[in-house]
Structure formats: structure tokens, C-alpha cells
Design a protein around this ligand. Sequence first.
Ligand code: NAD
Length: 368
Amino acid sequence: MKKTIKLALLPGDGIGPEVMTAALTVLKAVERAYGLSVTVTEGLVGGIAIDTHGTALPKETLSLCETSDAILFGSVGGPKWESLPPEKQPERGALLPLRKHFDLYANLRPAFVYPALIEASPLKNNRLVGGLNILIVRELTSGIYFGKPKGREGSGPSERGFDTMAYSRSEIERIARFAFKTAQNRKKRLVSVDKANVLATMMFWREVVTAIAKEFPDVTLSHLYVDNAAMQLINAPQDFDVILAPNMFGDILSDEAAMITGSIGMLASASLSASGFGLYEPIGGSAPDIAGTNKANPIAQILSLAMLLEHSFALNECATAIHNAIARVLADNYRTRDLVHDDNTREAQQFNILSTQEMGAAIAEKIT
Ligand code: NAD
């Protein structure tokens, strides 16, 4: 168990700095309770880095990440930078290059419902009896987000925009093996999502995933077209264990899964390289509509910290302590605003609405 940790902290834009401050409050409590020694160094990324350095990913930030054990990331982007050329914008200019630079090909997005939050799910509660525990494994460094050619050409009625969806055999094999190994440590059920009925890339994806399944006879593999997967996530979310998805489909399905859990402010993610280096971040964006109001839900950022402690440092005990603290705070009826969908119900009136920093402090207080 590694007890000395060097962390690169990239809060970014919008709600990023607010939810990161709350996560640091929890980190301090974990350090105290478990005798960890964490050195945290902050770097600029995204829009704020464009404003100060003229680029979304300054070289100082990249070298900070290279010399750290792991990266805790907030979120980037906002209306202020939306008129920049696409490759200079915060997400395209910082997040995608960071994923590519460290070859963070495996993106883990766990979606589970805390018992106290079943009421906050937009699904009827009978669909969630017994809870929900899905792990989405999304391919992160290839597919349509990275394929070339990409761009626009021509003018007038024949002007067109285009992207390329492409996967090599080795890219599919490594993410498939990762997903099968992950399923082996869970309920041993893997659903691979594709669009093999229409897209040549996805026919190839299905063929390669099926071939890799032979290496994992203890895992049951099934395939779903992405449109059907989107329906089944709503219809029977409990039927899923591990979902393997190409880049874009994983992006979309994980937002859907997030909503089932009550709010996008509840879901964390880990992006890992083959050597185990990791970047950890909430799945949501910079939420410009609530930035600066101290209303954002910091739990996704705090769960990203828990994933970091578990995956980069095998500090499972610390990660469990964070989960338990969150569960206790929610069970005590503390909520952030996003978790209460209808203020007028009798149930809603029993909740104590906390600010971002109050939620961080409440969770930190329950770390034992
Ligand atoms: P978003 O996730 O920022 O917001 C969608 C909705 O969810 C908003 O109503 C927002 O208030 C709410 N929300 C998100 N996180 C929340 C939280 N923690 N607590 C409470 N409510 C929360 O998505 P968007 O509006 O599509 O994008 C806004 C900006 O974020 C854009 O500039 C986009 O490019 C960027 N973005 C960044 C990332 C990233 O940094 N990884 C990911 C997605 C979007």
C-alpha cells in the first residue's frame, strides 16, 4: 500500500474549482484518518489556461502531470471559449490531448444508486428495487472522436462536415480484454454495445470482441445495438453488469446511466493507461449555468477522488470510507439542489439542502 502520493490537481473552469475545493476537504479528512501523505500541486487547464497562457494545455501543466502519480481533474469549457476554433477550445485543446498523451484508453464509469437516492431517480422505483450497479467500460482514445479525416469542406448547399469512425484490431482487443477482466471481478456478465447492423467499423468491433471472449470462458458475453442498449438501460437497468462501448456510444450511454442514478453530479470516472497511470474526473461538464453559485453537487468529484485512491494506489479501504461517508450523509437527508427534483413534495421538505462546500464538509466529517 503506497502511502505517499504526488497528485496533479487540475480544477479547470466553471464549477470545477468549487467541487475540487470540496473534494480537497474530504482528502484532508482521509489523510488524517489513514495516515496518508499527499502532495497536491495545482495546474491550469482549459479556459482559464487559455486566458493566462494562450493554450488550453500549457507545457507546465503537462510536465506537472508527467511528474505526478495521478491526475485529479475537474471540468473544462464554457460559453466564453465557444467561439474559438474547435481545436483550441478547452475540451478539444486540453482533455483529448491529455487522454492521447498518456494513452488513457480505458475509461471506467461506474453507475450505482445510493439507497437514499432511489427517490431521486426519474425511473419508477420498482425498476430499481435491489439497487443498481453498472460499470461502463468506454474506449477513450480512438473511434469517431479521433478518426481522420475530420473537418468541413465546400460551400453553399454542397458544403459538408465529416468525421471518421475507425478502430484497429489491437485497439478493440485491448479494451475488450480490459472489460472482460473487469467483468471477471464482478458478476461475470459483459454486454458489448455496437451498431453492427449499419456500420462496418462496428461489425469489425463485434467480430473482434467475440474472438476475445474465447480467452474468458467464465464471462457471459452478449451484444446489443446501441439504440436497444439505450432502451434497455431504462427498461431493465438491473440486468446490466459491465457494459463495453466504443468511444461515442460510451459517452452517451454513461450520461443516461448518470440520470438514472439521480443526477449527473453523482458520477465519477477513471481513465487508465496500460501501465495503470490514471486521470480521474466527474463525467459532467463545467455547468456554466450554476458556476460560482456554490450550488453544484461535489459528490462526483469526491467519488473521482475515491476512484483515484482505489485504482492508482490500491487504497481500497480509503475509497470504501468515502463511499460510506457519502451514504451516511445522504441517509441523514442532506442533499444538494440537483438531487431534489420537486421542491413541493412532502418528501422534498424533509431534506436539508446544502451548498457545495457544506456537502464537502459534511462528507469529510463522516470519514472515520
Ligand atoms: P454539463 O454537464 O456541464 O451540464 C449539464 C447540466 O447538468 C447543467 O444543467 C448543469 O448545471 C448540470 N450539472 C452538471 N454537473 C453538475 C453538478 N456537479 N451538480 C449539479 N448540476 C450539475 O454539460 P453541458 O452543459 O453540455 O456543457 C457545459 C460545458 O462543459 C461545455 O463547455 C462543455 O464543452 C463542457 N464539458 C466539459 C466536460 C469535461 O470537462 N470533461 C465534459 C462535458 C462537457
